[in-house]
Ligand binder design. Structure first.
Ligand code: ADP
Ligand code: ASP
Ligand code: MG
Length: 601
């Protein structure tokens, strides 16, 4: 007999009629000879409604009381679904997170699951009952037994965590779309279904704004090797499989706090090329990386800093064997890109040889603000100066001097208790598949930038330690170089994105540090959107980034920030251009199809 965990989202249980349909599907699964645990969300838009009620009372309600309020939504739907099952003759029992024993940290509104006590569920399953569990909620491990919630969209995480703990044979996420699509069909109706996606790709997509799965659910599936499927609760179509690598044996204790980092990667032979002060207007990145792709050069990291006085610096790294060719392309194109040629020619392109890249990888790095801070602090403790930073959801990369690489690798392995040997990056490339699988849009972030930071070890650590102390998640971090060629005056800019809700908290947290570093005031931009392309097959396809930039350029959309990792490229663009950017990017990579996805209202 197989054990199946099924999760039904808000729209899937949005009415009594829908709840009856769900009950029928659950019963069918039982009749197929399976034990079933069902996780449900609150009905329809109930949780949003509860948030609005709270906002009518206070702009800043206590997080504890918000958890008390929001957790009620799921309690309604579990009771109704159990009644529906019972009235069909199917024994069932509803349980809240606390009754199941979903034990979490005490952090209200974004608690992580520590452990799931299985005894009670097991007992009911053995009695032939379907167990209907309230998603999105848990109970703190402290004696006070506080009700906690896991963060919006967190029922997916409840379901996958239950599947991991119970070692279920399958976890099915039922939603209002046919599965995981190339992008959000509400914004781009041509979006097409993906039959399969790797958990790495899905982790990036989910973290970059594809709401169809909660990123922490993907993280758990990846760490524990949970067989995961996303499909529609309206049809019998098979949906999308999320493919995880074979799990290393990970303990179920501290379920969501386990293993934020699972390897250290490096690349010894790199050259960094920076083009300084090029104008901040559409088409620049497309032109530059178009030329580079035409020359057949594979660019590794790409970083575009925030603009100062209407100019940008764009830095990228290439393997050392390609440095001459890449430098020649950069030198040829730099004067063409610059519209203000008052600086001397050689001032435009800076080539830094003998640099190396070191990265930590692991599911869920960015959701845990302390991890970035710890990486920067570890390097700072060794006196290592970080030249560039670029992050993705599963990887944080720093460019440092090649001479310091061994020291960096050793200290990071020690700090993150990595037992496996460090991985040389070019060896970790995956087999070629279609280069871009999906496109995501995030409209809920704001960008902060700290400029003219002294170029010394420890600066990034200081900044991200302060944010970590306030539990502020940072999504995209880039550090770029602002070079005026006198080593002593060299400064760096660090720009990063955080949730718009955290902006005020971040400003307060950073105020003293910014003053003490002598930097100009924090630059804040709330009118941004982040568009990202994701796909494992991007590795070794030099033209992909250029194609993305030129799609935006052709739509006359300015790129304000760029950050890359092996399997994604993200661009920050003005919020007004967000949907257009998503559409043109989706179509530039030929992801659209003939069939229109019909999303139930
Ligand atoms: P549920 O209530 O079932 O948890 P959600 O609203 O949280 O459903 O997630 C499903 C929604 O995610 C879809 O209706 C769709 O608008 C959105 N979405 C965003 N990106 C994608 C994508 N790449 N594939 C599928 N759906 C997506
Ligand atoms: N009801 C919660 C929310 O709307 C949890 C969920 O649906 O996943 O965020
Ligand atoms: Mg959801």
């Amino acid at each position: 007999m197989a054990l199946i965990v099924q999760k039904y989202g808000g729209t899937s249980v949005g009415s009594i009629e829908r709840i009856k349909k769900v009950a029928a599907r659950v019963q069918q699964t039982v009749q197929g000879g399976n034990q079933v645990v069902v996780v449900v969300s609150a009905m329809g838009k109930t949780t949003d409604g509860l948030v609005s009620l709270a906002k009518e009372i206070s702009d800043n309600p206590s997080r504890r009381e918000m958890d008390m309020l929001l957790s009620t939504g799921e309690q309604v739907s579990i009771a109704l679904l159990s009644m529906a099952l019972q009235s069909q003759g199917q024994p069932a029992i509803s349980l809240t997170g606390a009754q199941v024993g979903i034990v979490t940290e005490g952090e209200h509104s974004k608690a992580r699951i520590l452990e799931i006590r299985k005894e009670r569920i097991q007992r009911h399953l053995n009695q032939g009952e379907v167990v209907v569990v309230a998603g999105f909620q848990g109970i703190s491990q402290s004696n006070d037994l506080e009700i906690t919630t896991l963060g919006r969209g967190g029922s997916d995480t409840s379901a996958v965590a239950l599947a991991a703990s119970l070692q279920a044979d399958l976890c099915e996420i039922y939603t209002d779309v046919p599965g995981i699509l190339t992008t959000d069909p509400r914004l781009v109706p041509e979006a097409q279904l993906l039959r399969e996606i790797t958990s790495d790709e899905m982790l990036e997509l989910a973290s970059l704004g594809a709401k169809v799965l909660h990123p922490r659910a993907v993280e758990i599936a990846r760490n524990y090797g949970v067989p995961l499927v996303v499909r529609s609760s309206w049809t019998d179509d098979p949906g999308t499989k999320v493919i995880s690598p074979l799990p290393q044996s990970v303990s179920l204790q501290n379920l969501e706090l386990n293993r934020p980092v699972n390897s250290v990667e490096y690349d010894r032979e790199q050259t960094q090329i920076t083009i300084l002060q090029i104008p901040d207007r559409p088409g620049i990145a497309a032109r530059l990386f178009g030329e580079i792709a035409t020359a057949g050069l594979d660019v590794d990291l790409i970083i575009q800093s925030i603009h100062a006085e209407n100019t940008n610096d764009i830095a990228f790294t290439v393997a050392t064997e390609m440095k001459e060719k890449a430098a020649a392309v950069a030198k040829k194109i730099a004067p063409i890109l610059r519209s203000t040629p008052e600086k001397s020619q050689e001032a435009e392109v800076v080539i830094e040889e003998k640099i190396a890249k070191v990265a930590i990888t692991g599911a869920g790095i960015i959701g845990r603000p302390g991890i970035a801070a710890k990486m920067f602090q570890t390097l700072a403790n060794q006196g290592i100066n970080i030249k560039l930073i670029s992050t993705s959801e599963v990887k944080m990369s720093c460019v440092i001097a090649a001479a310091e690489l061994d020291k960096a690798i050793a200290s990071l392995c020690q700090a993150f208790e990595i037992e496996s040997s460090p991985v040389k990056m070019s060896e970790s490339a995956s087999p070629p598949t279609p280069s871009v699988r999906g496109v995501a849009l995030d409209l809920k972030q704001a960008r902060l930038a700290i400029r003219q930071i002294p170029d010394q070890p420890g600066m990034a650590a200081a900044i991200f330690n302060l944010l970590a102390q306030k539990n502020i998640s940072v999504y995209m971090i880039i550090q770029s170089q602002r070079d005026d060629f006198k080593e002593s005056q060299r400064t760096r800019d660090i720009a990063f994105t955080i949730s718009e809700d955290d902006v005020d908290l971040a400003c307060t947290a950073l105020a003293d540090l910014i003053t003490s570093m002598g930097c100009p005031p924090l630059a804040i931009d709330r009118e941004i959107a982040k568009v990202s392309i994701v796909g494992s097959g991007m590795i070794g396809h030099p033209g992909v980034a250029a194609q993305f930039f030129s799609a935006l350029a052709q739509a006359n959309i300015n790129i304000e920030m760029i950050a890359t990792s092996e399997i994604k490229v993200s661009c920050v663009v003005p919020k007004v251009d967000a949907e257009k950017a998503l559409r043109v990017t989706h179509s530039a990579f030929g992801l659209g199809g003939e069939t229109r996805i019909n999303v139930p209202a």
